[in-house]
Ligand binder design. Structure first.
Ligand code: PA5
Length: 440
């Protein structure tokens, strides 16, 4: 379960203001729950933890087992934005940081950029491995993913006689080039429901298939999300999503805090920051409004971004995701000579030092004028990741409605695509191609 601690905002916030924003958060909660707000045709994510059919998970297991039987040791996951960040976040968080997982293929991500070198190096890796591919695109037309897929498909078709069995597509039920291609080639496919947007899709096959194929327990993830959903649905001052939405809107609107920095003291959660940035950035950054989402890993980034956070432009607040329990135990030894002068830490757990660093940072940043929110999970496992995914999604809906924004569209993402298509001479963009070249 996700717990919240707003104590680090007390020095900055008046009680009456918090009550005002809490009331607004309750109104936003009502809108989300009555499903009568803007974008209400994209609320399918709310029920995913309780209505994901066991048959879908079994179908994912069939693919995992089939690829195991074919000796697959590399799975390339192609997708961008909401079509890869959730799975990547889970895999970065759950995997051993240095060793490969036994009895599971290596998972790598592509289709989220168009770097020629990146894709050429992916080809180098595929040439050394026994490869399969999961291609994920709700629209089925996203250029970055489609370009990577064309290259990967060409390689698989050339290399394996069973290539159609080595490709699984996750896409729309009916629309899009990827759907057409999958039907024609006979790929196994999974559907992204119409009413679930990309950045809210981690608990659909978009996230669940790669996470399961990588050897992790998606049932536990859905359980964590379902338990959190029950808590999120309570209209109460104790609901951490309502508290989070109220406080971040207050800090933004009343105190001019324009930047929220998601902090973790555990590098395994780096991609939680990446996933969260898309969720909040794409959901709230519209109509000239929105909190700019940034993320850091401490103590690492205290040696790069720490100076700015402590003393730079006073526009930010921090939300720290704290992990209560380390999985492993490691204590610092004694050294007879103590030449490194670290004997004062002898016998202490590394995690204890990390906690003291966290506490020291919190107090220093409060002194520096940076309000502190804290979200707490028990440990980094599938259950707690499901919990925090659902927490952030629900809180995003409440928070964006409180800000007066439709959280479930992303009209601004089209602007760069139109220019890119014009510059790439995509058929249908002839007039724009001529216009845009005059600007170069
Ligand atoms: O949240 C969103 O909808 C987007 O970020 C999409 O996930 C992203 O653009 C990828 O789109 P698609 O899955 O259609 O390839």
């Amino acid at each position: 379960m996700v717990k919240i601690n707003l104590g680090g905002c007390n020095p900055f916030v008046k009680d009456a203001d918090y009550k005002e924003y809490l009331k607004k958060a309750f109104d936003a909660f009502d809108t989300l729950q009555a499903e009568n707000g803007a974008g209400n045709d994209f609320l399918g994510w709310k029920d995913l933890p309780v209505n994901t059919p066991e048959s879908m998970i079994k179908a994912c297991e069939d693919i995992r087992d089939d690829w195991k039987a074919r000796g697959v040791n590399l799975v390339v996951v192609l997708g961008i934005g909401g079509s890869y960040l959730g799975a990547r976040c889970a895999l970065e968080a759950l995997s051993h940081q240095f060793l490969p997982k036994k009895d599971a293929p290596r998972i790598v991500f592509a289709g989220n950029n168009m770097s020629e070198d990146y894709l050429a190096e992916l080809m180098d890796l595929m040439a050394l491995c026994n490869t399969a591919c999961i291609v994920i695109s709700k629209s089925g037309t996203t250029t970055e993913t489609a370009v990577a897929f064309r290259l990967v498909k060409e390689y698989l078709d050339k290399t394996y006689s069973d290539s159609a069995n080595r490709i699984v597509a996750v896409t729309d039920a009916k629309r899009g080039a990827l759907k057409t291609l999958s039907t024609q080639e006979g790929y196994r496919t999974f559907v992204i429901p119409d009413n679930v947007g990309g950045r809210f899709s981690v608990l659909t096959p978009v996230g669940l298939l790669p996470i399961l194929v990588a050897g992790f327990d998606v049932r536990a993830m859905l359980r964590g999300a379902a338990d959190t959903r029950a808590k999120m649905f309570e209209k109460s001052e104790d609901n951490p999503a309502i508290q989070y939405a109220a406080m971040r809107n207050l800090l933004y609107s009343k105190l001019g805090k324009r930047v929220e920095v998601l902090v973790s003291f555990d590098p395994r959660l780096q991609y939680l920051g990446e996933w969260w940035k898309q969720l909040y950035g794409e959901s709230e950054g519209k109509e000239g409004k929105g909190i700019f989402p940034a993320s850091v890993i401490f103590t690492t980034d205290l040696h790069s971004m720490g100076q700015f956070i402590q003393e730079g432009e006073r526009v930010m607040f921090e939300t720290t995701v704290t992990v209560e329990n380390a999985k492993r135990s490691l204590t610092i030894g004694t050294d007879a000579q103590n030449l490194d002068q670290l004997n004062f830490l002898a016998g202490k757990h590394v995690e204890y030092c990390n906690r003291m660093a966290q506490l020291g940072t919190k107090l220093a940043h409060i002194d520096g004028g940076v309000p502190q929110l804290e979200l707490c999970i028990e440990k980094v496992d599938e259950y707690n990741l499901g919990a925090i995914f659902y927490f952030f999604e629900f809180a995003c809906g409440v928070s964006a409605y409180e800000l007066g924004i439709n959280p479930f569209n992303q009209p601004g993402v089209e602007a760069y695509k139109k220019n890119m298509f014009a510059l790439l001479d995509k058929p249908g963009y002839e007039a724009q191609s001529e216009e845009i070249r005059k600007r170069l």
